[in-house]
Design a protein around this ligand. Structure first.
Ligand code: NAI
Ligand code: MG
Length: 351
């Protein structure tokens, strides 16, 4: 497997070595080969030296990779966040057509839950977000700016091609899980053109998945149920904006952001997919070796699963489960272990 390793900025550089430590332990145990290419661009330090986040030929350098293992980008003290993000991560997502943003949401044993009375097993679902179109477009504009007649328009764009492929991916995921249940996030009562259309595409795709049960929920009550009745969910599919919000809300209900992983997937494998923690570069804790490495490590497990190493994925998740119960734990989990100690403990469980 050819993997581009991009630590990026801040704690991305502290959690990446632990992610690699665990990937290497998994490669020894399961006998697959990792060819790592270490990359120092897509970082604000590189920007300060070169005036841009990435070299002009970034796409050519990454195109032949099977996946990109990414830490975090952003260092607002030197580069504004919209410049660092649009100059790196958002280029990967769009130009590599990573049309599925996948975020598992799971409450682990040993992690205090912010929702009262919830126990491990009560929260265990996947959020599938459309990642390339929908509400996030640059179509629109302002007219009569600065006058009483000022008007602003921002378009939402949904295509049959774009909706069907992400819906199909979500149905496939639901089919692969024991409960085989898909929730479609909608808002067809308020957004009266595009959302009824989105629902109709879900109905059309559902015909190919008679074994998957489906329910549609308006995004407002769906959000409330993430908090009040998380046990209702198995796989949730949503447009770009709704999915963005749900995929932060979900992980927030399971404890620390230091655990939440994500995959930006090009399921056709025409381009490399990208695996990264949900969290950013955390300038407030960088340099102290106290960041939680689990989100990075779990993202690596998602990467192996995507590349066909299901057993290695399961073993890494199991090792994470054991360390969350028995320690060592980083500070965000109430312990006082370092990033390195927690990474070493997880790698050691893989033997
Ligand atoms: P952040 O996720 O970096 O930090 C938010 C809070 O969570 C901070 O208090 C931080 O200390 C804590 N935290 C984050 N990860 C942690 C971990 N692994 N262990 C323990 N505590 C952790 O979000 P923030 O502060 O909004 O953004 C900081 C920078 O990161 C900005 O430049 C932002 O643009 C960038 N960013 C990049 C992302 C990416 O590369 N995908 C995602 C989110 C933010
Ligand atoms: Mg977000």
């Amino acid at each position: 497997m050819k993997i581009a390793v991009i630590p990026g900025d801040g704690i991305g550089r502290e959690v990446m070595p632990e992610g690699l430590r665990v990937l290497e332990a998994a490669s020894r145990r399961f006998g697959f080969e990792l060819q790592l290419t270490h990359i120092d661009w897509a970082s604000c330090d590189w920007y300060v030296k070169h005036g841009q986040m990435m070299p002009d030929d970034w796409k050519a350098q990454l195109e032949g990779m099977d996946a990109i293992y990414f830490g975090a980008a952003g260092w607002p003290a030197t580069v504004p966040d919209h410049v660092s993000l649009w100059g790196s991560l958002l280029k990967f997502r769009r130009e590599f057509d990573q049309y599925v943003n996948l975020r598992p949401v799971r409450l682990f044993d040993g992690v205090p839950c912010p929702l009262a009375g919830r126990r491990p097993g009560d929260i265990d679902y996947l959020v599938v977000r459309e990642n390339t179109e929908g509400e996030y477009t640059n179509l629109g504009g302002v007219m009569y700016a600065g006058t009483e007649r000022e008007i602003v328009v921002q378009e939402t764009v949904m295509s049959r091609f774009g909706a069907d492929r992400v819906l199909r991916h979500a149905f496939e995921l639901a089919r692969s899980r024991p409960r085989k249940h898909l929730t479609v996030a909608t808002k067809s009562n308020g957004i009266a053109i595009s959302m009824p259309w989105w629902d109709s595409r879900a109905d059309a795709v559902a015909r190919d998945y008679p074994d998957v049960t489906v329910d549609k929920q308006h995004i407002d009550i769906l959000s409330a149920r993430f908090v009040l009745e998380p046990g209702r969910f198995d796989v949730v599919v949503a447009s770009n904006l709704f999915g963005d919000i749900l995929s932060d809300l979900g992980p927030a209900t399971t404890g620390t952001i230091g655990l939440a992983p994500s995959g930006n997937l090009n399921p056709d494998r025409k381009f490399p997919s990208l695996f990264e923690p949900v969290h950013g570069s955390a300038p407030d804790i960088y340099g102290r070796n106290i960041a939680n490495p689990v989100a990075m490590i779990w993202s690596g497990a998602l990467m192996l699963d995507f590349l066909g190493q299901r057993a290695a994925h399961d073993a890494i998740v199991e090792a994470i489960e054991q360390v969350l119960v028995n320690g060592p734990r980083t500070r965000d989990l109430g312990g006082n272990a370092s990033t390195t100690e927690m990474g070493e403990a997880i790698a050691a469980k893989l033997g």
